[in-house]
Design a protein around this ligand. Structure first.
Ligand code: 26V
Length: 844
């Protein structure tokens, strides 16, 4: 086999192990963490022997992983302490990032990479007969998030440390993260995830950092110290939040921040009276009720079940985090809380921590005796809120009845906030009754519910969307009424990703090439990658990029073979859609096009088809039946297509199980095509789109979320855009144009696809299996799948044409990598720091 006339062996030989290259470049920096390999080896052995009670002759890979992690952790400790000391000394303003989800991914390679220790660690382990790459695989990938929102929080934590922004991440230490996904006959099943079962070498339990969290009970009017009556909350139930800290290592390890996750503990370990009576269940009932709060991550279900537990989770971590940051404030800046907003910027990652607005008011007024107006000034200056979705089902509301029952004092405070907010709207902004109903914190239409997005909005000085389009839609739709009565608060902060994880570590080969061609400057300043575009037509560069990609595709092909037993050709186009499964993300559109391609191949078996592998990965919420059916369809189509000799292996479909950060790290550098095909107006931003484009995949996408800004940066010639715009989608929905039958009748290809699906071609054992999907397409196609189908197929054909001309393909790929620098989360964090938080960042 050859490429551009060069034998494949030579092409592959151009690829060298590049980790070390990147790191040697890092070692040249001001902070040189060069460490004797021998010293590391000694420390690893000491950890293995004295901390794990192991024996180097018998140690398992897991033991070596833990020993290596503990060794790295020791090196982090001094920097961590000095980071904390620096903050105390400078009395610096701090960022508190409150998020129900942090999808950190594995930490060993990140810590090693950011400390510049990968090479030394590899050598030290090699001396001990251990392979570092295999050790990486021993680390559990903490699935403490559902998807984009959680991963964004992790990228932000890394960028804040890198830019020396003093920050705490506050969240929940779920004992069971997002479910583990397995397939049986193409059906998704959920198994409990168990990331802590073998221990977690990165975390420090802080039993000294424990706060009381109350629930329920009543509010009584009692005389205060001054004899005046005051409202006092007497919770019926009290439990404890205990801190577990994980260091967050920034690039080159200068600033170490803290991810502080809360775990719930019962106030009393057991009720002795019940135990002695022999009722062992009752003896433990309180403990179970308390500790279930940090037991499991909600998988974003739309079910009602467990709503109360979800509210308890949200209040639990919001309250613990605020009590903790107030304690820090008093410790560092004295008892005067009037300066709180000068020293603390509190970011609400979506509405999950929004109850914090009412909780801070309670703490400042009820507990610390501050005047209401002063407390409100501080609260609304300290908080800011990021919205991540406009989907109505994801906008949180809580029934007033449940709030009154669980958090009676907070309900009163919310009424009081609402009263002053509505008064302002009426008096100062001349709001009509209709507008007042729209901006009220209480939704009276659906049985009296508290609108948490409204609470977060009203309690914040800045509210941001996560892409230009999303922010515009926030202003025009969901938050239009609030924008009228509180104008100027909505700002845009387009998302970003940390290049350390998603380029330097996920794709060291490509990184090496970039450094070699453009210098080390690209590591600290990704905008410098722009220079690469000057080489977009360099055929030698094309060959080298091809070689890098090929290596990653071979590795992914190996993974696919191992997991699914399906052989895929690394020479084929790897066409990738990896994300949560949701109707708006339109995996179904991709599958329908796959079926159309399959049918065309069967009709013309000797056609000059571009070989393709359709690669899917992603989880559906456990209760989301339509999404689960889409997953099953992908499997059923795979079974038919992969086993049909008529397509001669030119089309393969694979669905990889249990998508998570680690799997993404394996897929992203191996992708040729990135599917970003959501119904326009529905994907707030997307961040997978950024990871894939950065690594040189060509995007096929709609004008949605950050795709629009990706197009602006990489250039319209270097991305394949198709489909209805957000305005067009909105107009169709307004006109009630959601009947797919017209679109299907107008498209012979689509009609044939739907006919096959509906008649059981892919489910001969159950011909009506896909009736719910077909019916939705025919009669209620709110996601515009049928409307966009032909345009999507034409866009896919364009990709085929480009693929046939490798020089054109690689030119486009280079322009993508070169111009994605702006999407670094360092840029995003600098914008938050400057426009929202008012904290300085260091230059890199
Ligand atoms: C909602 C719920 C509802 C209750 C149970 C748990 C749960 C968990 C998450 C959510 C909302 C998820 C919102 C989200 O992940 N949005 C994504 O945020 C990304 C980062 O800004 C963005 O790139 C994606 O476009 C957006 O879908």
């Amino acid at each position: 086999m050859e490429y551009l006339g060069i034998p494949m062996e030579r092409v592959l030989a151009m690829v060298t192990d590049a980790d070390s290259f990147v790191e040697r470049a890092q070692d040249g920096s001001a902070h040189s963490p060069y460490v004797e390999v021998g010293e590391l080896r000694q420390q690893i052995l000491a950890k293995l022997t004295y901390e794990l009670g192991g024996d180097p002759n018998w140690a398992r890979k897991r033991d070596w992983f833990v020993a290596a992690a503990l060794t790295v952790r020791d090196r982090v400790m001094d920097q961590w302490r000095s980071s904390k000391a620096r903050i105390a000394e400078h009395k610096a303003k701090q960022v508190y990032y409150l998020s129900a989800e942090f999808l950190t991914g594995r930490l060993l390679s990140e810590a090693l990479g950011n400390l510049g220790l990968t090479d030394s660690m590899r050598a030290a382990l090699a001396d001990l007969g251990v392979d570092l790459e295999q050790i990486y695989g021993q680390e559990a990938d903490p699935a403490l998030g559902n998807g984009g929102l959680g991963r964004l929080a992790a990228c932000f934590m890394e960028s804040m440390a890198t830019l020396s922004v003093p920050a705490f991440g506050y969240g929940i230490r779920y004992e069971n993260g997002l479910f583990k996904q397995v397939f049986e006959d193409g059906r998704q099943f959920e198994l409990p995830e168990d990331w802590l079962s073998q221990g977690n070498p990165w975390e420090f339990k802080r039993p000294d950092l424990s706060y009381e969290i109350g629930f329920g009970g009543e509010v009584r009017s009692e005389p205060g110290a001054d004899g005046q009556p005051r409202l006092v909350w007497h919770p019926a139930e009290t439990l404890h939040a205990i801190a577990y800290d994980t260091p967050v290592v920034g690039w080159r390890g200068e600033q170490i921040n803290t991810l502080r996750l809360w775990s719930a503990r019962a106030a009393e370990p057991l009720r002795l009276a019940e135990f002695n009576r022999g009722d062992h269940f009752a003896a433990h009932a309180d403990r179970i009720r308390a500790e279930v709060i940090s037991r499991v991550l909600y998988p974003g279900d739309e079910t009602d079940a467990g709503r109360e537990l979800r509210l308890r989770q949200e209040y639990f971590f919001a309250s613990a985090s605020l009590q903790d940051l107030l304690r820090r404030h008093r410790l560092l800046h004295g008892k005067d809380l009037s300066t709180l907003a000068d020293k603390a910027a509190i970011q609400l990652n979506d509405t999950h921590p929004a109850i914090a607005v009412a909780e801070l008011m309670r703490l400042l007024t009820d507990v610390h005796g501050m005047e209401w107006q002063e407390a409100w000034r501080i609260t609304s200056s300290a908080f800011s809120y990021t919205n991540h979705t406009l989907l109505p089902e994801a906008l949180e509301t809580w029934s007033v009845a449940m709030m009154e029952q669980q958090l009676p004092r907070h309900m009163q405070i919310i009424y009081q906030i609402n009263a002053q907010h509505l008064e302002h709207a009426r008096r100062d902004m001349d709001a009509s009754d209709a507008l007042l109903a729209d901006v009220s914190l209480i939704d009276e239409q659906h049985g009296r519910r508290v609108r948490m997005g409204h609470l977060a909005f009203v309690g914040s000085h800045k509210i941001n969307g996560v892409s230009a389009l999303h922010t515009e839609l926030m202003r025009k739709t969901v938050f239009a009424p609030l924008d009228r009565v509180c104008p100027g608060r909505i700002v845009n902060k387009t998302n970003g990703i940390t290049f350390r994880r998603w380029l330097h570590r996920a794709n060291p080969g490509l990184t090496r090439l970039l450094v070699e061609m453009l210098g080390e400057v690209v590591l600290g300043n990704p905008e410098a990658m722009q220079e690469l575009a000057a080489h977009a037509d360099d055929s030698v560069l094309h060959e080298r990029l091809f070689a890098q990609r090929r290596v990653r595709k071979q590795a992914l092909a190996g993974l696919i073979a191992d997991q699914l037993g399906v052989a895929v050709d690394p020479a084929a186009m790897f066409d990738v859609q990896i994300k949560r499964v949701h109707e708006y993300k339109r995996q179904l559109l991709n599958i329908l096009q796959t079926i159309a391609l399959y049918q065309a191949m069967r009709d013309n078996p000797l056609g000059n088809w571009v070989p393709r592998v359709k690669i899917f990965a992603g989880k559906a919420a456990a209760s989301y039946q339509q999404a689960k059916l889409i997953i099953r369809l992908a499997h059923d189509v795979a079974k038919v297509v992969n086993n049909d000799p008529a397509v001669r292996g030119l089309l393969k479909v694979v669905y990889l199980a249990n998508y998570n950060v680690s799997l993404a790290e394996a897929i992203v550098p191996a992708a040729d095509v990135s599917e970003q095909i959501s119904t326009a107006g529905m994907e707030a931003s997307g961040t997978g789109n950024m990871k894939l484009a950065l690594n040189g995949a060509l995007t096929i996408g709609t004008l949605d979320g950050a795709n629009i800004e990706i197009r602006e940066h990489v250039g319209a010639d270097n991305i394949v855009i198709f489909g209805l715009t957000a305005d067009e989608v909105a107009a169709r929905k307004r006109a009630g144009l959601v009947d797919g039958r017209g679109n299907i009748a107008a498209s012979p290809a689509l009609a044939q696809v739907i006919e096959a699906m509906g008649s059981g071609v892919f489910s001969p054992d159950q011909p009506d299996r896909y009736r719910p999907l077909v019916d939705a397409l025919l009669y209620h196609d709110v996601f515009m799948v049928t409307a966009d189908f032909d345009a999507y197929c034409a866009a896919q054909a364009r990709l085929d044409q480009i693929w046939a001309k490798p020089a054109a393909w690689w030119r486009m790929s280079i322009c993508n990598t070169a111009r994605m620098g702006w999407f670094s989360s360092d840029r995003t964090i600098r914008e938050y720091a400057e426009d929202i938080w008012g904290v300085p960042t260091r230059p890199l």
